[in-house]
Write a protein that binds this ligand. Structure first.
Ligand SMILES: COCc1ccccc1-c1cc(O)c2[nH]cnc(=O)c2c1
Ligand SMILES: [Mg+2]
Length: 215
């Protein structure tokens, strides 16, 4: 029995999902975490909303804040056109190690790069160290206390441009009230609220989409 829940999830995927098939990996993580051990992936219900927003955005460069086990990185990468890149930031090295194997098993490693460290350090280095000019889509799913600060950092570092899409998880549970206040009142975003439920639960949660109108 693997020591950590995240390692047990990876083990279950390796033993039951189809290697090289990102949909199969996503489906098996959902199956394990709804039937055996709850875990904080965006999940199947909110995942369908994430899919829809990714498809309508059709991004070339994606930034994800909060990799965890790689569920949403796999979910997003499976929808990206050839030549697209997903950079995902994870500060917990053990989770990053699980996510690396999950993404590899799903066969999306050519599109996905895991950046280990904190967002406040990595975001300012994206242009110089990772050759990023602008990001088209940002999935915010790390710590709700960092949502607003990191959004302001993306603006200050000129990493988002007119039309860049931010999509934030957990704006109801655990909740991100200052983020909602900021994007809805600063005048630089067109916001859309998507009510849903906490992953693998009947608790209410929601995603917030914030489309940048420019500085
Ligand atoms: C560690 O708390 C887990 C938990 C417990 C109860 C309710 C919600 C959550 C939760 C759910 C999520 O989708 C999350 N997404 C990203 N970073 C999180 O910290 C996070 C937490
Ligand atoms: Mg979440």
């Amino acid at each position: 029995m693997a020591q950590r829940k995240e390692e047990r999830i990876l083990e279950y995927v390796k033993q039951h999902a189809a290697e090289g098939d990102p949909q199969s990996v996503v489906d098996h993580i959902d199956k394990y975490c709804s039937q055996k051990e709850w875990a904080m992936h965006v999940g199947d219900e909110k995942g369908l909303i994430l899919d829809q927003v990714v498809k309508e955005t059709n991004p070339t460069i994606v930034l994800e804040l909060g990799t965890y086990c790689g569920y949403s990185a796999t979910r997003i990468a499976r929808l990206l056109k050839p030549g697209s890149r997903l950079l995902t930031v994870e500060m917990n090295p053990e989770n990053a190690a699980v996510a690396k194997q999950m993404i590899q098993f799903a066969g999306v490693q050519d599109k996905v790069e895991i950046l280990e460290g904190s967002t406040e350090v990595i975001i300012p280095s994206l242009k110089t160290k990772y050759g990023v000019d602008r990001v088209d889509f940002v999935f915010i799913d790390h710590f709700s206390e960092r949502y607003t600060a990191d959004t302001k950092l993306l603006e200050e570092c000129q990493l988002i441009k007119k039309g860049s899409v931010l999509l934030a998880d957990n704006v109801v549970f655990p909740g991100a009230p200052d983020f909602l206040e900021y994007v809805r009142t600063c005048g630089r975003y067109d916001c859309t609220y998507y009510p849903s439920h906490l992953e693998y639960s009947d608790k209410l949660d929601a995603l917030e989409k914030a489309v940048f109108k420019g500085p």
